[in-house]
Design a protein. Structure first.
Length: 314
């Protein structure tokens, strides 16, 4: 049964989805991470429950194995943040868990930068290993009777790792000969997923721009204790970063969003954070212009049409 949708919208979505299929590749990043929390054993829960006069069966509790606020552990966590940040910055969402879409001409750059981050992770874990004995000793003192030496591996090396690959999301070519009808169905399924990827990209870009514009507008508007509100340089810098990412990954599927991005970019083009602090008139002008963009973005978030997939009758 056919689904009735706006024909120009359907054509735009189909064209954008096809562009994604021909210019992007699937990329998957997997992280192996040492678990720093552990559920208490039944015996330990009973001990903890006794302290509160409760029954162990009605208590859910866990323990923290090591101090995650230690600088060496935070350094390892920081590398993980960089890995995930790079993956998301260079890719678009895809409607399959753990997979995103990256431009084919950025694969070499992504691979090289991930190799660097893999080395950085290994170095950070090596430094954490140097403090491991001290961290375990501190945990023994803090956990008391809840401490269990069996919770701790002999070494942390090999327990933190990152892997990435580029899985195929296209129907296997051998299926074309084995079962043409099933192959056609798989082709349609993949096309539907890329159409959904177009919608997800639009929603992601719209929501991110709305958040950035809203934050900067709020900082530029009004006062605190009779003085202009304080804002960080990143409030402007993050917008500039967004424009670059949008320019690189946008598939031109939504003219209204394209125009709002162009408007926001025009408003802050050439404007330095210090200019906004020193020039009250400029500050008010930028705030007013961004407020207009924010209003339209809010409307786009609320009223955006669901890009339904047009299916052929079977």
């Amino acid at each position: 049964m056919s689904t009735l949708i706006d024909e120009p919208l359907a054509q735009t979505t189909t064209a954008s989805a096809q562009q994604l299929r021909t210019t992007m590749a699937a990329v998957r990043v997997s992280l192996q991470w040492f678990g720093t929390r552990k559920t208490l054993t039944p015996e330990q829960k009973s001990q903890a429950a006794d302290a509160f006069g409760a029954e162990g069966n009605y208590l859910s509790a866990g323990k923290k194995l090591i101090d995650t606020a230690h600088p060496a552990f935070k350094a390892v966590t920081a590398v993980r943040g960089k890995i995930l940040g790079l993956w998301k910055a260079l890719s678009l969402p895809y409607p399959e868990a753990g997979i995103r879409l990256i431009r084919q001409d950025r694969i070499d750059d992504f691979n090289a930068r991930m190799e660097e981050l893999r080395e950085a992770l290994a170095e950070a874990v090596g430094r954490l290993e140097e403090h491991y004995a001290v961290l375990k000793s501190a945990a023994r003192q803090r956990l008391g009777r809840l401490y269990n030496a069996g919770d701790y591996p002999d070494s942390l090396r090999g327990l933190f790792a990152v892997q990435w690959d580029f899985p195929s999301v296209e129907p296997p070519d051998y299926l074309r000969q084995l079962n043409p009808e099933l192959y056609a169905q798989e082709c349609q399924r993949v096309q539907d997923r890329f159409s959904e990827a177009v919608r997800l990209a639009e929603e992601t870009f719209t929501a991110e721009l709305a958040k950035l514009v809203s934050h900067l507008t709020e900082r530029l508007s009004g006062t605190e204790d009779g003085k202009p509100k304080i804002f960080r340089d990143t409030a402007v810098g993050n917008l500039t970063d967004f424009f670059g990412r949008f320019r690189e990954l946008n598939v031109r599927s939504n003219e209204q969003l394209d125009q709002l991005v162009a408007d926001a970019q025009r408003i802050v083009r050439g404007v330095q954070p210090q200019d906004l602090r020193d020039n009250a008139g400029l500050r008010q002008h930028v705030a007013a212009e961004l407020s207009r963009v924010q209003s339209m973005l809010d409307g786009l978030l609320v009223d955006r049409p669901r890009r339904n997939i047009l299916r052929r009758p079977r």
